[in-house]
Design a binder for this molecule. Structure first.
Ligand SMILES: Cc1cc2nc3c(=O)[nH]c(=O)nc-3n(C[C@H](O)[C@H](O)[C@H](O)COP(=O)(O)OP(=O)(O)OC[C@H]3O[C@@H](n4cnc5c(N)ncnc54)[C@H](O)[C@@H]3O)c2cc1C
Length: 287
């Protein structure tokens, strides 16, 4: 289908974009890579009167390492995240996640800011963003604020952003020595979206797990931390039996969602299987 008619703006600065959002309120939608917004506009599930295309704002797509961690501009494409030397070296988890998003066209156009703002429960970044304890910088009429990942995802397709705010960057803390990370997913065979995706950040010392952070997307209405698994791993040697016993709690207390492709029960089962795989893989990479 063809989208409903809309006015199109291409601001050249964040200030101009925020001004347009303020002026048009709920009638306006931000456009970044367009790989989530345009399909829903074509289905007329969204009919914004005004589209604010932030894709031409310079300086919003950089990826840079600082002393506290890494800053990723909201317009960094999935492809840029996948191939960033800074991320491959300092935060390989995000590069690994980006590399399994959709297909090449999606990775070339889709942006990290757009993916986080859209908050699709089956998107790949949210679990990793939670496990990394990253933060999201939102810029609005009153300036910028930093939102911790744990407070950012509110519910399905809903975030802590206000309608007049833009995500401008994502901040990822530097990983401690001895940390291993991994992302594994069960992709939907048609779209590639995560039916279940598990991101793990863990540190190992003296053969035992010192800290574990596990973010899971695809299972529930929003990505979540598998805290019961994390607690069961800390202080343990990460052998297969121990990890399997801990991973059995991957969907504990979670309302697993079902659809035509996978029932809630199947998703909860996949969460256990993929959590075990991801933890073992991360443990093998911890150095
Ligand atoms: C065929 C197909 C397969 C896909 N497979 C996967 C997959 O396997 N895994 C996965 O994770 N994703 C997948 N996606 C989604 C893809 O990653 C999108 O690119 C992403 O979800 C949205 O990013 P975007 O830059 O395209 O955002 P857009 O579509 O431009 O925007 C999405 C939403 O975010 C808002 N928005 C965008 N940028 C900002 C910003 N900086 N600040 C505030 N709001 C903003 C928009 O207003 C809109 O509501 C797939 C998409 C398609 C079409």
């Amino acid at each position: 289908m063809i989208p409903a008619a809309f006015e199109y703006y291409a601001p050249k600065s964040v200030k101009e974009a925020v001004g347009l959002l303020q002026q048009h309120g709920d009638d306006a939608k931000v456009l970044a890579g367009g790989h989530s917004l345009l399909p829903i506009m074509k289905f007329r599930l969204a009919q914004p009167k005004v589209v604010v295309d932030i894709g031409r704002i310079p300086g919003l797509d950089g990826i840079a390492a600082g002393k506290d961690g890494i800053t990723i501009g909201a317009l960094a494409t999935h492809d840029a995240v996948e191939h960033s030397d800074v991320l491959k070296d300092r935060c390989p988890l995000l590069a690994e996640v980006a590399g399994v998003i959709g297909d090449m066209q999606v990775r070339n156009r889709g942006t990290i800011g757009g993916a986080l703002a859209h908050a699709d429960p089956a998107a790949d970044y949210p679990g990793a963003i939670l496990a990394l304890e990253a933060s999201i910088v939102a810029t609005g009429p009153k300036g910028s604020r930093t939102i911790a990942a744990k407070d950012f995802f509110v519910e399905m397709l809903t975030t802590a952003l206000s309608p007049t705010e833009l995500i401008t960057e994502v901040r990822v803390p530097a990983l401690a020595k001895g940390t291993g990370t991994a992302y594994v997913k069960h992709p939907h065979p048609a779209s590639g979206y995560a039916v279940v995706g598990v991101a793990v950040v863990l540190s190992v010392s003296g053969g035992k797990c010192q800290r574990a952070a596990i973010g899971i997307n695809g299972v529930a209405g929003k990505a979540y931390r598998a805290t019961a698994v994390e607690q069961a791993l800390v202080g343990q040697a990460l052998d297969e039996k121990t990890v399997a016993a801990a991973a059995a709690q991957a969907a504990k207390g979670v309302d697993a969602q079902g659809d035509v492709y996978a029932s809630g029960e199947f998703r909860a089962h996949l969460a256990q299987v993929y959590t075990k795989r991801a933890v073992l893989l991360a443990a093998s990479r911890a150095k």
